[in-house]
Design a binder for this molecule. Structure first.
Ligand code: UD1
Ligand code: CA
Length: 457
């Protein structure tokens, strides 16, 4: 196998996005757009990958921080795609092999397509192979001009095409394989005498033909795949196609997705077989969900690890939390980061948790806030319980032992401990530690004033 390096063009701003954020950093199906073509290039076997960056260069570099195969080439002024590749080659001194050239704004491109293209390029010992597609509406794209025998002779840009060339439906995707010797030798031969005054990378095809080298075009199986994202309409279309691909994979793996068109699962999510996802859920990157779970409608989960047989009821929000097996959450519960729930825990409606550990079989069934707490096994937290964890300056911990029963409407003023097997009576404000096996009660004795209402009238 020949060595393959990739160049990903991403210096442009993406003006048509009308955004403060450059185009290639807009998220698509959970990843910054540029991560998609970079991953495809990597999966097709290329190393290194050179990113041509310009606008918001630091932010683009930040996406790949720590990746050993990524190099960056700065293109200070965007003088055209040919100039961009010339900048990239400075980051590939002495490289011998095949150079794949891609754009940062084609998130739908698959590694398989690049692999096919590389095979075709290598088998035919081509100097240049361009990926093309037939389009019903080719307006705006560069057109592939072929000679009478059908061989590729050059690419002409929309703005430079004569009326006859404008009729050509075979378009340039902007994705190429090039032999490194040809590329290094020819990149400086590109001029900028054209309608846009830019250095067109596409001129390399005519240069290869002039040198008597093999110049080929391979058509993409799906025209969709090479769709470049230029505006927010195309951004949404690309997201839809990626989501369909992701959802399809999960369904083939045994996950029931009741309505895949309205189920939003980011790239990089693992879901076990026989889990059912109801419509309108969003499951974010890094989440792992076990087998046999049920995730009800309108739920949003990000960065969580969820065990087998859990039931997440409607409209719950789970962030960076860890759930054991057979856990029930919601409806309308909010697990904030750092929540760890043991097996068979039950978190009911309108319960909010943050940085807590809750032991096996414990329950907080209604209207409760639990923050900075360590709760043992088989604990019952009554309706309306609040851990008062914040004194305005610092956060304090609440520790509740195994088998404790906390009645309704209890405030636990942290730092405070409730010993194992104790009972805290309804309406109690706990301000001092409760020893094990005890009853804690803090209530003002009730007085009844008989006939009081009648006297008022
Ligand atoms: C280019 C092709 C066209 C093809 C189309 C496919 C050329 C001359 N034309 O046109 O044949 O049909 O892509 O989408 O190559 N970029 C840089 N630095 C630059 C210029 C561009 O990094 O100086 C990057 C852009 O950020 C973008 C990519 O290169 O990611 C393509 O540039 P763009 O200006 O969009 O090319 P098109 O005019 O679409
Ligand atoms: Ca352009």
């Amino acid at each position: 196998m020949k060595s393959v390096a990739s160049i990903v063009l991403a210096a442009g701003k993406g003006t048509r996005m009308k955004s403060g954020l450059i185009k290639v950093l807009h998220p698509v199906a959970g990843l910054p757009m540029i991560a998609w073509p970079v991953t495809a290039a990597r999966d097709a076997g290329s190393d290194p990958i050179v990113l041509v960056i310009g606008h918001q260069a630091n932010a683009v570099q930040g996406v790949f921080r720590g990746a050993a195969d990524i190099r960056c080439a700065m293109q200070e002024e965007q003088l055209g795609t040919g100039h961009a590749v010339a900048c990239a080659l400075e980051a590939l001194p002495g490289f011998q092999g095949t150079v794949l050239i891609l754009c940062g704004d084609t998130p739908l491109l698959r590694a398989e397509t690049l692999k096919n293209m590389l095979h075709y390029h290598h088998n035919n010992q081509a100097a240049v192979t361009v990926l093309t597609a037939l389009m019903d509406d080719p307006y705006g794209y560069g057109r592939v001009v072929r000679d009478p025998s059908g061989l590729v002779s050059r690419i002409v840009e929309q703005k430079d095409a004569d009326p006859e060339e404008q009729e050509i439906r075979e378009i340039n995707s902007g994705i190429y394989c090039m032999d490194s010797n040809f590329l290094f030798a020819s990149i400086r031969e590109i001029g900028n005498d054209n309608a846009q005054g830019e250095y067109y990378l596409t001129d390399l095809l005519a240069i290869a033909v002039r040198k008597g080298l093999t110049c080929l075009a391979i058509q993409a199986a799906e025209a969709d795949e090479i769709m470049g994202v230029n505006d927010r309409i195309q951004l949404a279309s690309a997201g839809l196609i990626l989501r369909r691909r992701i959802n399809r994979e999960h369904m083939l793996n045994g996950v029931t997705i009741i309505d895949p068109e309205v189920t939003y699962i980011d790239q990089g999510v693992t879901i076990g077989a026989d889990t059912t996802i109801h419509p309108g859920c969003h499951i974010g990157e890094g989440t792992i969900i076990g087998c046999g779970c049920e995730i009800e409608t309108g739920t949003s989960i990000s960065g969580c690890r969820i065990g087998d047989d859990c039931h997440i009821k409607a409209a719950s929000v789970l962030e960076n939390s860890e759930l054991g097996e057979d856990v029930t959450v919601g409806p309308m519960a909010h697990l904030r980061p750092g929540t760890t729930l043991g097996n068979k825990v039950k978190i009911g409606n309108f319960v909010e948790t943050k940085k807590i550990i809750m032991g096996e079989g414990s329950k907080a069934s209604h209207l409760t806030y639990l923050g900075d707490a360590e709760i043992g096994r088989n604990v019952n937290i009554g309706c309306g319980t609040i851990t008062c964890n914040y004194d305005g300056v610092n956060k304090h911990r609440t520790v509740i032992g195994d088998d404790v029963f906390i009645g309704s409407d209890v405030q636990l003023v942290a730092p405070v401990n409730v010993g194992r097997n104790s009972l805290v009576a309804a309406g109690t404000t706990v301000t001092i530690d409760v020893p094990p096996d005890s009853l804690a009660i803090s209530r003002i004795p009730q007085i009844n004033k008989n006939g009081w209402r009648l006297k008022k009238k």
